[in-house]
Each structure stands twice: as C-alpha cells, then as structure tokens.
Design a protein around this ligand. Structure first.
Ligand code: ADP
Ligand code: GLC
Length: 488
C-alpha cells in the first residue's frame, strides 16, 4: 500500500506539539508493516539541510505554483526518516517558509498552506507516484482532498487516490476571509451558507477536509465521540454528525526508541522498571539544577505543556492557592499565553524553594522532567489524545489528568480505598472541569505518594502498559483500506 502522509510538523525536523511526534513516528510503524510511505513537510528555514542530509531532487526541478495570482518557485528536497525506509519530502518555497516560525499570524497564513498542499500534489505528479491514500493531518492540509477531487481531477493519476483526514485538534480550524477562494482557486460556487468550504462566512480549511475526505479520524476513541457534541465540537459537531459513519478514533502510539528511560539519551541517569534508582537520581539532578532543595519524601509534580486554555490552566489558576499549600514541589516547562506564563513566573518568584518554571521550548528538559517527576499533571479542558501522560507512564511518573479524550482512554483512576495489591489503576483522574476537583485529585495523588507499596504498584501498572505504534498503525491500515474502498 502506498501512503503519502502530509503534516505541517514532524520530529526531528520541526515541532510545536504532539502532531510532530505522531508525524515523525507513525510513518516508520507503517513502513515496518509493509507500506511504502512518503512523508511531506514544508521546508522551514531553520531545518538544517546538512544535519539532516537533505538533497535537491533535480529530476523534479522547479515547480511554478500560482497562489493569489503570483507564480511561486518551489523545489523538492528529500531525505530519509532516521534509520527507516520512509522518504521525507520537503516542499521548499522560501517566500512562505523562511519566517522563523512554523505557524505565524501573518496575513498570508492561508497562502502558506495552500502552497504546501499544491506543492505536495505537483511533486507527486512529477515523481509519478500515485499514492493509494493521501493522509492529511489538521487544517493545514484540509484543502488537499478537495484539490484531488476538483482542481487536479484532470490528472487521471489520482483517480484511485483516496484521502484520510485526521483531526488532531478541532480547536484549530484554519478559517480565513473569502479572498482565500481566489488564492486557492477554489470554485466560488462551493462557498455558500452551510456549503462545503463555508463556515460562519469564512473559508474553513478543516471543514473542507471533513467534507471532501473519504474517511476521517481523530486521535482517540473518546475524542471521536466527544467532537460530535456541542460542548466539544467547536461549532462543527453537526458537520461531523453528517459523516459520523466515516469518523473513527485511533489512539496515538508513541515512539519508544525516543521515549524510553532505559535508553533516553537526554537523561543523565537511565533506569527501567526493574530498577528505579536512576529515576531518583534524575530527580535530585533536576532539583539541584533548578536550585530547589531535594527531599525524597516530597513529591515532585511536573508540567510540560503549551500554555493555552485547552490545557486547563484556568482551573489550575483557580486552585493555585490550595495547591501551593500541599507538601509538594513543582517543575513547569512551557510557553503560550502571557497570563499563564506570568502566573507560573510569579509563583516561582515568590516560592523559589517549591516551584521552578522554564518558559520556552526545550526538548531535552521535557525528557528530564518526565524522568525526574513523581507526578505529571494534565488537567485539560479537552485533550484529543495527549502524549505526555503516555510518556509519563513509561517513565514511572504517575499522571493526574482530567477524564477527557485520550486522557480518559489511557489513564485509569487508582482506587486507594480498595487497595489489595492487584489493582490496575495507573494514575489519578477527575471528571468535573473545576478547580476544586483538580485540587482534590492532586491531593489524592500527593497522599498516595507516601504509601510506598501502593505507589510502586501504580508506577508499575503504568510502566507495563504498551502504547507502541504497532497496534494503532494496524488500525490506520484498515482505515486506509476503508478509504480506498470508498473511493473506488
Ligand atoms: P499538544 O499536541 O496538544 O501540545 P501532546 O501531549 O499531544 O499535546 O504533545 C505535546 C508534545 O509537545 C509532547 O511531546 C511534549 O513533550 C512537547 N512539548 C510541549 N511543550 C513543550 C515545551 N515547552 N518544550 C518541549 N517540549 C514540549
Ligand atoms: C493535538 C492534541 C493532542 C494530540 C496531538 C497529536 O495537538 O492537542 O491531544 O496528542 O495533537 O495527535
């Protein structure tokens, strides 16, 4: 089966969040199961060509792509995804992608991803490689299913190419003014109230993806049913309901060659479930690094997150005073909205022995926090899948989460009232999106930390879980088969 996977970010080349982890690891798992996979990414200026061995594909040559009336010069660069058979293709167009950031607030953000989408299709034409499935991810690639079925349908090459649209986060929709129709050369008769590309008088990339793709999925079973409701659908629940028979939930897998405490190259001390000594050493190392006094009897709570509303920082703020009364220490890594960055800076400033905050993006530190923490907090308002709770489990770090989306599908609440040694709970979770529920659950975890036998059991229950890609990649293959069947 030939699969083209399109993403705006992928590890190790460009990352802002979990999409990059998925796009950098699913292709390898598919390839190991026998698929021929090509991954497509924009060539952002900071992707180091020599470090990653990128080469120009001279046989593809210069592609001239018209966006908003201008012909843009586009080239294809290629490499392989570390130690795999996956070919990575970069759409190189300096005008749009030499901006220092993956996502911008620039006036032509729509054009950047129209160019990427058309660049992929034209590169496929020149490579004479017709995929069985084009797998699109998030709004940035939402126009591709339409382009295949309309703008490029003159090319018989794509007659049998099916499309899958994966929604990693329905909160980000890619909505632009009507002028986008001209930039993308979308037929204007597709834009009318309630029509396939229109949403509240804007051109919606995500809605277009939902409408024109052969199959749709999201990244956990619970989130797939949540987005059919007004509470979680971000306005698109009725659009999705019309396609609910084609909507599936496939839990993200994780790449245990990168996220494994026994081999993690970012850790000063490695460890495994057989011997957790290295975990304690990492905790001491991290706390000393941040100037927080180490005490093995005080639990360390870690947070690594984009600091945005989705992640539950408003209820965290509401519980802040009570949380800071708990006998626990905190290490926080993230960046995002000013008000949340300011909140964390402020508490670190007034409680320097208790809280340390690093504002910014730091991959190495994210691994160290996973390894060093006793508890990992993710109080998300919604969470399509969430990867950090899955990494936490592998690192013997107990997740405390709100029971939503992928968090509900992976974290099973520990029942401390019925502890007999064989319980399967691997973390702590709460239902109500309130500061009070959040506080009580963190408090439960902090209390449980002092019951060493029970705590060890919770850690091992998490460490014994297997969230490698193998199972989820097989689910993707059967969904690709469904998409192909539908297209033909
Ligand atoms: P989302 O994609 O919504 O941000 P996920 O839990 O799926 O949430 O994935 C987040 C990914 O981004 C994880 O790999 C996490 O470690 C990483 N991450 C988030 N914030 C930072 C940061 N400030 N520095 C380093 N890595 C980060
Ligand atoms: C999104 C979601 C997150 C998910 C990730 C990868 O960014 O917010 O829950 O894990 O995509 O699918």
């Amino acid at each position: 089966m030939k699969i083209a996977i399109l993403s705006s970010e992928a590890v190790p080349f460009a990352k802002t969040g979990g999409l990059a982890d998925v796009a950098g690891s699913l292709p390898k798992a598919l390839s190991e199961l026998g698929c021929e996979v090509k991954l497509f990414l924009p060539k952002y200026s900071y992707i180091d060509e020599s470090k990653f061995g990128l080469r120009y594909n001279w046989s593809v040559g210069e592609m001239l792509i018209r966006i908003s009336g201008h012909l843009r010069s586009v080239h294809l660069l290629q490499t392989t995804l570390n130690s795999s058979n996956v070919e990575v293709n970069f759409i190189d167009c300096p005008h749009y992608f030499h901006r220092g950031l993956i996502y911008t607030n620039d006036h032509d953000e729509d054009e950047r991803f129209i160019l990427f989408s058309k660049g992929v299709i034209e590169a496929l034409q020149r490579l004479k490689w017709a995929p069985d499935v084009i797998h699109c991810n998030d709004w940035q690639t939402g126009l591709v299913p339409l382009f295949i079925k309309d703008n490029y349908n003159w090319d018989r090459m794509f007659d049998h190419t099916a499309s899958l649209f994966t929604i990693h986060n329905i909160g980000y929709q890619g909505r632009f003014s009507k002028s986008t129709l001209l930039s993308a050369e979308i037929r204007s008769n597709l834009f009318y109230p309630g029509g396939p590309v229109e949403f509240e008088d804007t051109v919606s990339f995500i809605k277009t993806g939902i409408f024109f793709s052969d199959m749709i999925n999201t990244v956990s079973k619970t989130y797939a049913s949540e987005i059919l409701t007004p509470e979680y659908g971000a306005g698109l629940h009725s659009v999705l309901s019309k396609r609910k028979d084609d909507l599936f939930g496939i839990l993200n897998g994780v790449d245990y060659t990168t996220w494994n405490p026994a081999t993690d190259k970012h850790l000063p001390f490695r460890y495994s479930k057989e011997n957790l000594l290295g975990k304690h050493k990492n905790k001491k190392f991290l706390l000393e690094h941040f100037g927080i006094p180490f005490n093995e009897n005080v639990p360390l709570i870690g947070i690594v997150s984009r600091m945005v509303n989705q992640k539950g920082f408003d209820i965290f703020a509401g519980a802040l005073q009570d949380l800071m009364q708990l006998d626990a220490q905190w290490v926080i890594l993230g960046s995002g909205e000013d008000r949340y960055e300011e909140m964390f800076r402020h508490i670190s400033h007034i409680l320097p022995d208790k809280v340390s905050t690093y504002i910014g993006f730091n991959n190495e530190l994210s691994h160290l926090i996973e390894a060093a923490s006793d508890i990992f907090l993710m109080p998300s308002r919604y969470e399509p899948c969430g990867l950090n709770q899955i990494y936490s489990m592998k690192y013997g770090t107990v997740p405390v989460v709100r029971k939503t989306g992928g968090l509900a599908d992976t974290v099973q609440d520990w029942d401390e009232l019925n502890y007999h040694g064989y319980e399967t709970g691997n973390g702590f979770s709460f239902n109500d999106y309130t500061s009070y529920a959040l506080f009580l659950t963190v408090q439960r975890a902090v209390n449980a930390f002092h019951h060493k036998d029970a705590w060890k059991k919770i850690q091992l229950n998490g460490m014994n879980r297997d969230y490698s890609w193998r199972n989820s990649a097989k689910e993707y293959i059967s969904l690709y088969e469904k998409a192909i069947k539908k297209r033909r």
